[in-house]
Design a protein around this ligand. Structure first.
Ligand SMILES: [Zn+2]
Length: 257
């Protein structure tokens, strides 16, 4: 295999770790956003209910003052009635008193309705307060856990970045640029082995000629279907073992000398 490709393969492993890490981070951030949205939603409902309760109380006060006005009016009419002497005036006042008393009954029944609505509203408000309280308490623990895990992810991410920068220093610049462009598009492994004459990236069968060129490892070969870079895996294993053997021999030399 091309020597320059090996470095890219190492880089790719770091990039895959980074991609997975960022996926996890994104999921955790979504969880955090969901928790906050739920709390916000509850809070908004609570504010709405509080406002509603206040409005009902205000309406009740107004209706009560209406009743008082009507009662005053009736008193006035009754006083007037006891002073009149003519029968037709008396009867006219009687009718007005009856009409005004109906107003009073209506206003009082309106108060009754409003009180019922107020009570229902207050019940909902109370359960909202309770549920907001328990949600806030529960979500606090969960939120802290998630924040903690995001922090851990950030630390891991920075470590990965450091390793990657170190590794990319002596990578082939041109190849690195090609690799990064591919990675950016696919967000997946873009330097892939041929397995059973198939691209292990897109799983499309390749021609024997294509396989041969890759096996030779003399130049960069792209998958004609998915544009990924191909390499020959057997060679990699053999070379790695060979490298390992060289290291071991060297180490032995160091110890014996
Ligand atoms: Zn492919």
């Amino acid at each position: 295999m091309m020597q320059s490709l090996k470095k890219i393969l190492q880089l790719q492993e770091l990039d895959m770790k980074m991609l997975r890490l960022m996926e996890v981070k994104e999921k955790r951030q979504e969880e955090l956003a969901d928790i906050r949205a739920l709390r916000k939603e509850l809070q908004e409902q609570l504010f709405k209910k509080q406002h509603e309760v206040l409005e009902f109380k205000k309406s009740i006060r107004l209706a009560e003052s209406d009743v008082r006005d009507v009662q005053e009016k009736i008193k006035g009419l009754e006083a007037k009635q006891s002073a009149v002497k003519k029968v037709d005036e008396f009867n006219a006042l009687s009718q007005e008193i009856t009409r005004t008393d109906r107003e009073r009954v209506n206003a009082e029944s309106k108060i009754g309705d409003l009180i019922e609505q107020l009570q229902a509203s207050e019940e909902v408000l109370q359960s909202l307060e309770e549920s907001l309280e328990s949600t806030t308490e529960n979500s606090k623990i969960l939120e802290e856990e998630i924040q903690q895990s995001i922090q851990t992810i950030n630390v891991e991410g920075r470590d990965l970045e450091v390793s990657r920068n170190e590794l990319s220093k002596d990578a082939d610049e041109e190849l690195l640029a090609i690799y990064e462009r591919l990675l950016h598009n696919k967000r997946d492994r873009v330097v892939v082995p041929i397995e059973n004459r198939t691209c292990s990236g897109c799983h499309i069968v390749l021609t024997p000629q294509h396989e041969n060129v890759v096996r030779k490892g003399e130049r960069l070969v792209f998958c004609e279907h998915c544009s990924r870079i191909h390499y020959w895996q057997e060679a990699q294993v053999a070379e790695a073992t060979e490298e390992e053997g060289t290291k071991r021999r060297r180490r032995r030399q160091v110890t014996t000398s």
